[in-house]
Design a protein around this ligand. Structure first.
Ligand SMILES: Cc1cc2nc3c(=O)[nH]c(=O)nc-3n(C[C@H](O)[C@H](O)[C@H](O)COP(=O)(O)OP(=O)(O)OC[C@H]3O[C@@H](n4cnc5c(N)ncnc54)[C@H](O)[C@@H]3O)c2cc1C
Length: 500
């Protein structure tokens, strides 16, 4: 095992969208840039993501969509009750369309998803929510092209190399220490450092603590938060880091982490997902209803509602509902939000019984028996079902305002089934307090000299504990904030060089 010392102008830790954009922006300014990446390839969670939120792009204009960045800023700001960093939100939204084209020039093919094609049916007719998603095409080729573009610009990549800590001297960040897969260590001296390590979604314990529930299911690359912790240790503040909760899964779904055209992350290919993604009766672990189930048509609101019920809930159906699905007579629209549903026909009774066998669902010939098997409170479940059946009969839901159309399935003919659903999260988002140029700020709101961040490590864009319901927001933020962070780091280095 060796200990090597390295010199660079700009060190970038992590090579997702944030790190790649930061590295290229700094290299474009003629600086020596070194990227260290824990895995053996570039891309991180950004590589798994599907698209980029941008406003007033050339493609939107060509499609006749006249979208104002001001309206987007207002909407994002309002969504989070003015708790976000207004200057940062404004800078990002105003830079996103240009960054999108810059990314295309780096070698990524991108295509606007028309509003009418949104898989989030609650976003139909809303160009800002449903028509801002610019989808990556042929991603593997795109990332190959990007790596080549960066290498041609002089960027050096060191793969299988994990940032361990930041180095500092006289109140400035002076680089970092890192270790490779063989245990060789690196002492890297850098005039500026960009932490682009993508949050701490791989650290399940830290996420459970932050989200105050152990019931969330994880997806994404195993980012353990070394970069995030190193920034905190060096004076940064954890402003709003949180799990990017996103839809729910059937329990024990096989998570493949591979995207396909119709299934965002391969949560599950069972036809039972049609029940998961239809606004059935939802109850919490005690048997109490907790939300308007039509939130299933919006990935984020669905996850948020389910999180409020501990991140785990049951959807409850009776035999008549299973028979209706088997006969392909379901009158309701099956949502394609989040992972999307598998729309193949099936014998739903057979599938439900297999789920009971596999302990991902519970069954009871009576509601009392169902409650006992699922660990719910029988009185609570009976009262919930009675109230819900009244709402279905009256086509009026005084409790949660579900629409008459969605009040389609009563729960009255046993046997009854309760399927376990769990909220999934796509890494963490939010993070340390930054200014609009992605300088990391200390406790006194002053930049920590030499330290920059972006993407899933930077706070103030989402704020609160909710990722707003705009498609591609996090992925777009990674590229756009990374580009700004890289430019800021380069400007800092240039000024540093002048001052010394
Ligand atoms: C399955 C999935 C689907 C998603 N879909 C969407 C979507 O469609 N739209 C959207 O807006 N958002 C989506 N997201 C979220 C979005 O992709 C991320 O929030 C965003 O891409 C984060 O970018 P980043 O550059 O900050 O981090 P990442 O892209 O995750 O990059 C971080 C990189 O740092 C590396 N790293 C971690 N620790 C270290 C270390 N100590 N040293 C060196 N390297 C390290 C990682 O290996 C990784 O390569 C999705 C996420 C997932 C998991």
């Amino acid at each position: 095992m060796t200990n090597t010392s390295l010199e660079t102008d700009v060190l970038v830790a992590g090579s997702g969208g944030t790190g790649l954009a930061a590295a290229y922006a700094a290299a474009e300014k003629g600086l020596k840039v070194t990227v260290i990446e824990k895995l053996d390839q570039i891309g991180g969670n950004t590589r798994i993501s599907s698209g980029f939120f941008a406003i007033n792009s050339k493609e939107q204009q060509a499609a006749g969509m006249h979208m104002s960045t001001q309206e987007a800023i207002d909407r994002l700001t309002n969504y989070n009750h003015y708790l976000g960093n207004g200057a940062l939100i404004s800078h990002i939204v105003n830079s996103a369309a240009d960054t999108l084209e810059w990314l295309e020039d780096m070698g990524m093919e991108i295509k606007l998803n028309p509003t009418a094609n949104t898989t989030q049916y609650a976003h139909r007719g809303d160009d800002y929510k449903g028509g801002s998603y610019h989808m990556y095409q042929h991603k593997d080729q795109g990332y190959k092209n990007i790596q080549k573009t960066l290498e041609n610009a002089g960027v050096t990549f060191k793969f299988n190399t994990t940032l361990q800590d930041l180095k500092s001297a006289e109140g400035k960040i002076t680089g970092a220490t890192a270790v490779d897969a063989e245990g060789n260590t690196f002492d890297i001296n850098a005039k500026a450092t960009v932490i682009a390590t993508g949050g701490y979604g791989g650290d399940k314990e830290a996420v459970a603590k932050k989200m105050r529930t152990p019931n969330l299911r994880t997806l994404g690359v195993p980012s353990m938060g070394e970069g995030f912790k190193a920034m905190i240790k060096n004076g940064a503040t954890d402003l709003d880091s949180t799990a990017l909760i996103h839809a729910a899964q059937l329990a024990k779904s096989t998570v493949t982490q591979t995207t396909s055209d119709s299934h965002l992350a391969g949560f599950s290919h069972s036809a039972l997902t049609q029940l998961l993604l239809t606004p059935m009766l939802w109850v919490n672990l005690s048997g109490k209803r907790f939300a308007n189930e039509e939130t299933v048509y919006d990935t984020v609101e669905w996850a948020n509602a389910a999180w409020s019920a501990s991140g785990k809930y049951f959807f409850v159906v009776d035999q008549a509902t299973l028979d209706t699905f088997t006969a392909e007579k379901n009158p309701l629209e099956v949502s394609q939000a989040g992972p999307g549903a598998d729309t193949e026909p099936g014998d739903f009774t057979e599938l439900a019984n297999a789920a009971v066998e596999g302990q991902t669902a519970f069954k009871g010939n009576t509601l009392d028996e169902l409650a006992e098997n699922a660990g719910m409170d029988a009185d609570t479940l009976n009262a919930t079902v009675a109230k819900y059946n009244d709402a279905v009969a009256a086509k009026n839901d005084p409790e949660f305002s579900k629409s008459a159309q969605s009040l389609a399935f009563s729960v009255e003919n046993g046997p009854y089934y309760a399927f376990i659903s769990q909220v999934a999260y796509l890494g963490t988002v939010g993070g340390v307090r930054v200014d609009e140029n992605l300088d990391v700020l200390d406790a006194n709101f002053k930049p920590i000299p030499g330290l920059f961040t972006g993407g899933a490590n930077a706070g103030g864009y989402y704020e609160g504990h909710s990722y707003p319901a705009y498609e591609g927001l996090a992925s777009g933020f990674s590229w756009t904030s990374g580009r700004i962070a890289g430019t800021s780091a380069a400007n800092y280095v240039t000024q540093y060089a002048v001052a010394h």
